[in-house]
Design a protein around this ligand. Structure first.
Ligand code: SF4
Ligand code: SF4
Length: 373
């Protein structure tokens, strides 16, 4: 292993990271993340995870960074700042969260790999870890001095704001660098708590996933009826608690843009697509059980919020949803039809056909709700 001073190594890694499209790095130890472990367990026990698995699935593992690599001693934690292409709202168009509008994780991955290669070349073992349930990335970023966890539950960096993706390189090279402490950077601000459309941030710094739109579009089962209208045009993700955050004001633009995807989705086109085409096109999204019916579920809810029911193409895709073999799609098509003033479609499809193969009574419940409204 090459012997170099930690400060020199850190400077070299930072310079490399910046040249590879990352925006900042910090160094963290691999000691257990005990505060994060306590929070995960506490929130899970209180049901605030809303069925989310990810790091809640195994809090011990997600907070034991030393187990990520044999002989692990340090973690290089990196941030990549992102923005989003401009978009314009119009009927039938859904929006997606900023972080998926471009391939930010692809750009993050290549920056992290460059860091890992640099360490390998100097005789150290190194493994790239990002978007991975084996590590609570926000907690390790705080330990690395890269920011604080805001009241919106996001990592906030004083220079970069919260529009960042986080990644790590775990290494057996011991690197000791003093990290900055940014605790309590929110001060008296409560903007995200006030502006969250569902009250998911009512408890300071604690996200109630049961109410968070970004999680609900990724959760299995029926989309909760009380949050369908408030979902608005959001097909994937929700940016509200970051958009209102003053720490994000006036930040520099992104230096190296990731590959463009799209900020908007044509809902009629999505609903006309085959399952295979959908899963291929949106393979980079987290879709429950990797089943296209969940994309259709979300699309029908958003369609009901943003489309015009007198548009024949809209009527046609809702009709298609009512005839779907998937009970979850039919259930949400029932709601969409009602919202769009297309109740006449129920007669065309027929009660028997609507409620066939409906073991969880999803469709029947929707129809009953409609009758009692
Ligand atoms: S992502 Fe949206 S719903 Fe979730 S906490 Fe933030 S503002 Fe609220
Ligand atoms: S909006 Fe205010 S309270 Fe919320 S994360 Fe940003 S600075 Fe903190």
């Amino acid at each position: 292993m090459e012997l170099v001073d930690d400060r020199f190594l850190f400077s070299a890694l930072r310079e490399l990271a910046i040249s590879e499209g990352l925006d900042d790095i910090g160094i963290a130890s691999v000691d257990p993340l005990m505060d994060a472990r306590r929070d995960l367990k506490d929130r899970k026990q209180r049901g605030l995870h809303g069925g989310m698995h990810f790091t809640y699935g195994n809090p011990e593992r997600a907070t034991s960074p030393a187990d990520l690599l044999e002989g692990a001693k340090s973690i290089v934690v990196a941030l990549r700042r992102y923005d989003a292409p401009l978009s314009s709202a119009r009927p039938g168009l859904a929006s997606v969260a900023h972080y998926v509008a471009r391939d930010e994780y692809g750009q993050l991955r290549s920056g992290l790999q460059a860091i890992a290669s640099y360490l390998h070349a100097r005789g150290s073992a190194a493994e790239v870890v990002f978007d991975d349930n084996r590590l609570v990335d926000r907690a390790i970023a705080v330990r690395a001095g890269l920011g604080w966890i805001g009241k919106n539950s996001m990592l906030l960096n004083p220079e970069l704001g919260s529009w960042t993706v986080i990644g790590s390189v775990v290494t057996d090279r011991q690197i000791v660098i003093e990290s900055q402490d940014h605790s309590n950077g929110c001060g008296d601000c409560r903007r995200c708590q006030v502006e969250c459309p569902t009250g998911a941030l009512d408890e300071e710094g604690v996200l109630d996933a049961n109410k968070c739109l970004a999680w609900l579009v990724q959760a299995q089962g029926i989309f909760p009826v009380e949050f369908r209208v408030v979902l608005g045009d959001r097909l994937y993700g929700c940016d509200d608690c970051q958009t209102v955050c003053p720490v994000n004001d006036g930040k520099e633009t992104v230096r190296i843009q990731a590959t463009n995807r799209s900020r908007t989705v044509e809902l009629v086109k999505l609903l006309q697509s085959t399952d295979d085409a959908l899963m291929k096109k949106y393979e980079h999204w987290y879709i429950p059980r990797r089943r296209a019916e969940y994309l259709r579920r979300n699309a029908l809810v958003v369609l009901a919020n943003v489309a015009d029911g007198s548009d024949s193409a809209v009527e046609s895709v809702v009709f298609g949803g009512l005839k779907s073999d998937s009970a979850i799609v039919r259930a949400h098509a029932v709601w969409a039809a009602r919202q769009l003033g297309l109740n006449h479609l129920f007669l065309q499809v027929g009660y028997e056909s609507l409620t066939r193969d409906d073991p969880n009574r999803w469709v029947s419940n929707e129809l009953e709700m409609m009758e009692s409204a």
